[in-house]
Design a protein around this ligand. Structure first.
Ligand code: ADP
Length: 482
């Protein structure tokens, strides 16, 4: 037998209450009666009636305010108000209060049953609609959740299996995702990292340096060194609306190759130096052994110039070897403007010869550096020498030195041939000469490699901004000495 629908009557004892009970029971409903406020609360809670009929006055309370309270708790419960008598405002007040209907004497049995049936039917419709809506919204939400969960899992699987290390973090550098490679690299297995700040989970100094400068410089990569000799190249990429990603590739084998190559070059350069000195010495002695014909003199001059050339190359190579090996530890307070004077003296003749206009701007209050003065001189010589070398006659070279917070910014700008964009990333490599160098400028491709090594050994950075045919600007940032 289907369960009867239960109706709750909260009406003070009266003939009307009896009438309603009888009428509704006869109509096939289950009827419960609440005699006071406690009974009403209990019945509503436990019996869960389908409809409530409440007196305009119940106990001593106002039926409207009890209804409002009930609707607050059970918004879909249909409530019919029974008033002692009809009044002009009754229907309005009932409507405003959100009641399902109202009854007042004189009452016929059919009035009662019809009002209850109508209210129940409406409530059922409302309930059906509500359930449908909830189902629809839930299923579309589920679909979305399913979709994004599936997408997330797919993405996680892809990132998880990439050989390179991948870290994804939010804007406040808290971890969103770390792949397996990163966990292996930093030995994080078993650590719960989600949502934690990256620098807390991975307290690595090199990583901190990368994060520290990621937002305010164009240089977004940094080498991460481990005590056991492993070296990784870490690249920082901002991701709009999410935060940023760091990818890491193991470059230990490249570093090892580089070291072997450097060792080899260093040994050869070292071994070449003594015979070169002796060739140069004997070449000078030849002139003293007797008068030479003009032809012999010309050949000897060419010989000496070539030996000088090779000697410069060998010295550059040895310098690089020493710098790479970290032998450059001399540090003293260096005033750049003094060193610049020596560099400019060196190039005075070349500037005149090519009629290149020189402009030097040194900001007032330029702080000194803690540096090796010989290396700083070498760095300036190379940058200024290149600016002159790669600038045609009648051009100009500007040298700027200024402070930017606690960094010294050195700019060497020329109006020369410029460097093609695709080659700009390579010019600091050893032996790399860009296509513009093929047009006659002599060199070995070591000058900028030396500049970069010197700048980096002083905790600085150097890069180029250049446009073909317009000129180049080399910018070096070096920390100042307080
Ligand atoms: P090089 O001995 O060839 O001058 P560097 O290492 O000093 O070697 O420079 C590497 C290359 O970068 C050069 O061969 C040249 O192609 C390019 N380069 C360096 N400085 C400049 C400059 N001021 N203007 C244009 N090209 C430059």
């Amino acid at each position: 037998m289907p369960q009867k629908e239960l109706l709750l009557l909260a009406i003070n004892p009266s003939p009307i209450l009896d009438l309603m009970q009888r009428a509704l029971s006869a109509a096939g409903y289950g009827v419960a009666i609440a005699y006071d406020r406690d009974g009403l609360n209990r019945s509503i809670q436990e019996a869960i009636p389908s409809l409530l009929v409440i007196g305009e006055t119940f106990g001593r309370e106002n039926g409207f305010s009890i209804s409002a309270e009930m609707l607050e708790r059970f918004p879909t419960l249909p409530i019919i108000l029974y008033a002692e008598k009809d009044s002009a405002g009754l229907s309005k007040t009932a409507l405003k209060a959100g009641l399902a209907g109202y009854l007042y004497p004189p009452l016929k049995i059919s009035d009662i049953v019809e009002e209850v049936q109508r209210s129940l039917a409406r409530a059922r419709k409302l309930g059906d609609w509500l359930r449908r809506e909830v189902k629809r919204t839930t299923s579309s939400l589920e679909q979305k959740v399913d979709l994004s969960e599936a997408e997330r899992q797919k993405l996680e699987a892809i990132i998880g299996n990439i050989q390179d290390g991948v870290i994804v973090m939010d804007k406040s550098q808290k971890i969103i995702l770390l792949n397996r490679a990163i966990q292996d690299i930093f030995n994080l297995n078993g650590i719960n990292f989600a949502g934690k700040p990256l620098t807390t989970v991975i307290p690595n100094d090199d990583l901190r340096v990368l994060l520290g400068r990621a937002d305010n410089t164009p240089l977004k990569y940094h080498e991460i060194n481990f005590d056991d000799g492993r070296v990784f190249n870490a690249q920082y990429t901002p991701i709009p609306q999410i935060g940023a990603a760091i990818t890491m590739q193991d470059i230990s084998y490249l570093k090892e190759l580089d070291r072997l190559k450097s060792d080899f070059i260093h040994t050869i350069s070292h071994d070449l130096r003594s015979p070169l000195t002796s060739i140069l010495g004997y070449a000078e002695l030849v002139e003293r052994t007797g008068p030479l014909t003009p032809n012999q003199q010309e050949f000897l001059r060419r010989l000496q110039s070539s030996i000088q050339h090779i000697t410069t190359l060998v010295n550059d190579l040895l310098d690089l070897g020493r710098l790479d090996a970290g032998f450059d530890t001399r540090r003293e307070v260096v005033h750049l403007e003094n060193i610049l004077k020596y560099s400019l003296d060196l190039y005075e003749n070349q500037l005149k010869k090519k009629n290149i206009k020189l402009e030097v701007n040194i900001a007032a209050g330029l702080k000194p550096l803690r540096a090796n003065p010989i290396r700083i001189r070498q760095m300036l010589d190379n940058l200024i020498g290149n600016a002159i070398k790669y600038t045609p006659a009648e051009g100009s070279v500007k040298i700027n030195m200024a402070m930017e917070v606690d960094q010294i910014v050195i700019k060497v700008q020329d109006t020369g041939v410029g460097i093609p964009p695709e080659e700009q990333g390579r010019i600091f490599e050893k032996f790399y000469r860009a296509s513009n160098a093929a047009k006659g400028a002599e060199g070995s491709g070591l000058g900028l490699a030396i500049v970069k090594t010197i700048v980096e050994s002083h905790q600085g950075r150097v890069w180029v901004e250049s446009a073909v045919g317009m000129g180049s600007t080399f910018i070096a940032l070096l920390p100042s000495h307080e």
